[in-house]
Unconditional design. Structure first.
Length: 267
């Protein structure tokens, strides 16, 4: 009974599609998730994935409550701690910062990195000349980057306030973790300067690499306990557009399996 009670307080079932509020779903299957690094007793042993009949979005049948999220965040997360594989991470981040700089025509400005994790994008943007602010929910990440003198807060995007406006806001491997991505993008719109750029990176269900991983039974994302969504490029573009952003650049991720890096401009 204790396990049952816990499960109810940790996850809440989606009643409608988290993107379009459609009410008809197609079951896409279940995946065992006990082997996930963040799994502990009392968490669900399987993830159930659904497809929205109205908009095609792929998502889990339930999302984490604040209590559930706290349980997940309590587990160590080696590759997302400051300094992890620092040289390779810096090289990969530099490519992203250069793309942003080329689109903006400037190496200056204010940059908000949401969910900075290992800190590589934050520190590389700082290195290139941006004034950076970072948000992360993991204490170890915030303490680590603060120790190096970076402006970082242990805060969620939805609770963060800033009156000056950011020229760039990055959400790297963040949107798929959020129960309601539209809320996040509406908040980005409030925080971003006119014509500012938003960077979204996440896995891409529409690419061949994803299908190849599926074909071989090696796709890690179906068992990813921390994710609520699997976006495709087309659906992500629609979502960005619905929230007031125009996609202006696409690239394959150098860091994520089957990942995409999308840059969109605030209209
Ligand atoms: Zn939908």
């Amino acid at each position: 009974m204790e396990v049952l009670r816990q499960a109810e307080t940790l996850r809440v079932a989606y009643e409608t599609c988290p993107l379009c509020e459609g009410r008809s779903f197609v079951p896409l299957g279940e995946t065992a998730c006990k082997a996930h690094r963040a799994w502990t007793e009392g968490l669900p042993e399987k993830l159930t994935w659904l497809g929205c009949k109205a908009c095609g979005h792929v998502f889990t049948d339930a999302y984490w409550t604040d209590e559930g999220l706290a349980r997940l965040l309590a587990t160590p997360h080696g590759h997302q701690t400051p300094g992890h594989d620092v040289e390779a991470a810096r090289s990969a981040s530099a490519v992203v910062v250069e793309r942003i700089a080329n689109l903006r025509g400037s190496l200056a400005g204010r940059w908000l990195d949401v969910g900075f994790g290992d800190g590589s994008l934050l520190t590389t943007a700082d290195e290139f000349g941006y004034e950076t602010v970072g948000l992360d929910l993991r204490e170890v990440c915030v303490r680590g980057m603060r120790g190096f003198g970076y402006a970082v807060e242990k805060q969620s995007l939805l609770e963060f306030h800033d009156a000056r406006g950011f020229d760039v806001i990055s959400l790297c491997d963040v949107l798929e973790h959020m129960p309601f991505p539209k809320q996040a993008l509406h908040q980005v719109k409030r925080l971003i300067a006119p014509h500012g750029l938003v960077l979204v990176t996440c896995p891409n269900v529409d690419c061949f690499a994803w299908k190849w991983l599926d074909e071989r039974g090696q796709n890690p994302y179906w068992a990813e306990l921390e994710h609520h969504h699997n976006f495709g490029r087309a659906r992500l573009y629609e979502l960005l557009s619905e929230c007031g952003f125009e996609p202006v650049s696409y690239a394959a991720s150098r860091r994520l399996h089957a990942g995409m890096e999308v840059i969109a401009r605030r209209r």
